[in-house]
Write a protein that binds this ligand. Structure first.
Ligand code: NAP
Length: 286
């Protein structure tokens, strides 16, 4: 396993396992157990995924030492005030059955980010969270947060895949010493990513499948990756990416696949923000 060192000095595995869209708790628990058996030591969940209990149960039952597992969760926007965020952190810890989180993120850049961030800073001081960070923050929003607080986010988890490469956001975070972590590294399979011919032709040279080429390309860009699969053989395939190195020429070919467009929704589109987050944020005002 390769590790990266965050700006607060903590180390995290560069390859992890995500559990978005595994709402069935027994399936989520099985998936995390299988991932730990496969060798994954970074597990990425979120309050909004509704499966923190299952992640915690798998960790408790595992023979892997808690100290060897890097656990990430995230706070949803319906908890974005100082008081609610403080409660939300405790709720995540209780559901996970843990006395500390390795990394806790503000899941989205909307609502009372300042209040929620202060709660994360205080929870870090209290030893409840080792590293604190954000998700889906654009460079200007990251800068705003940096100017607002003495504590800089250790990491920004954003959508990065061959179809949406985000070079500006990645370079900005690098310059700020903020680690980038890619969500949906496979774009959830959209646009036939697992059979794309350009990626497959590169894979043939190294004896690797499309998914492995994609993860390798992200790792070589210095990005942390958290692919998701509920199939053990795919987990193993996705884990087997440390025995080859893409040439500069192949990296360039992959860089050329960018569609420069989110495969999910544009986080800067007011209509999308209103329709996805409006209800939760309005409820906070009541
Ligand atoms: P993803 O990892 O890009 O893609 C997952 C999809 O690819 C699943 O349908 C999976 O199917 C399939 N798959 C995985 N490995 C495969 C392989 N080797 N061959 C063929 N198919 C394969 O999508 P994601 O789950 O959205 O993103 C990964 C993680 O990022 C999430 O689980 C979550 O932890 C995090 N995330 C964060 C945010 C955020 O806003 N911060 C948003 C989205 C995701 P099976 O499961 O059926 O194998």
């Amino acid at each position: 396993m390769q590790y990266v060192t965050l700006n607060d000095g903590h180390k995290m595995p560069q390859l992890g396992f995500g559990v978005f869209q595994v709402p069935d708790l027994s399936q989520a628990e099985q998936a995390v157990s299988d991932a730990l058996d496969t060798g994954y030591r970074l597990i990425d969940t979120a309050a909004a995924y509704g499966n923190e209990e299952a992640v915690g149960a798998a960790i408790q039952k595992s023979s892997v030492d808690r100290s060897d597992i890097f656990v990430t969760s995230k706070l949803w926007v319906d908890h974005f005030t100082y008081e609610r965020a403080t409660q939300g952190i405790d709720e995540s810890l209780t559901k996970l059955g843990l006395d500390y989180l390795d990394l806790y993120l503000l899941h989205q850049p909307y609502g009372d980010v300042a209040g929620a961030w202060r709660a994360l800073v205080d929870a870090q001081k209290a030893g409840k969270i080792k590293s604190i960070g954000v998700s889906n923050f654009a460079p200007d929003q990251l800068m705003n947060l940096e100017l607002m607080s003495d504590v800089k986010p250790a990491l920004n988890q954003i959508e990065v895949s061959p179809w949406f490469q985000e070079p500006t956001a990645v370079d900005f975070a690098k310059r700020q010493d903020i680690q980038v972590e890619a969500w949906a590294p496979f774009a959830e399979g959209q646009h036939h990513i697992f059979t794309n011919e350009t990626i497959a032709n590169i894979g043939k040279k190294y004896g690797k499948a499309n998914g492995q080429v994609i993860l390798r390309w992200l790792l070589q860009r210095g990005i942390v990756v958290i692919p998701k699969s509920v199939h053990k053989e795919r987990m193993a395939e996705n884990f087997n990416v440390f025995d080859f190195e893409l040439s500069d020429a192949d990296m360039q070919v992959l860089n050329g696949l960018d569609k420069n467009e989110s495969q999910f929704f544009d986080h800067r589109d007011p209509a999308a923000i209103e329709s996805i987050f409006g209800q939760s944020l309005k409820a906070l005002r009541d």
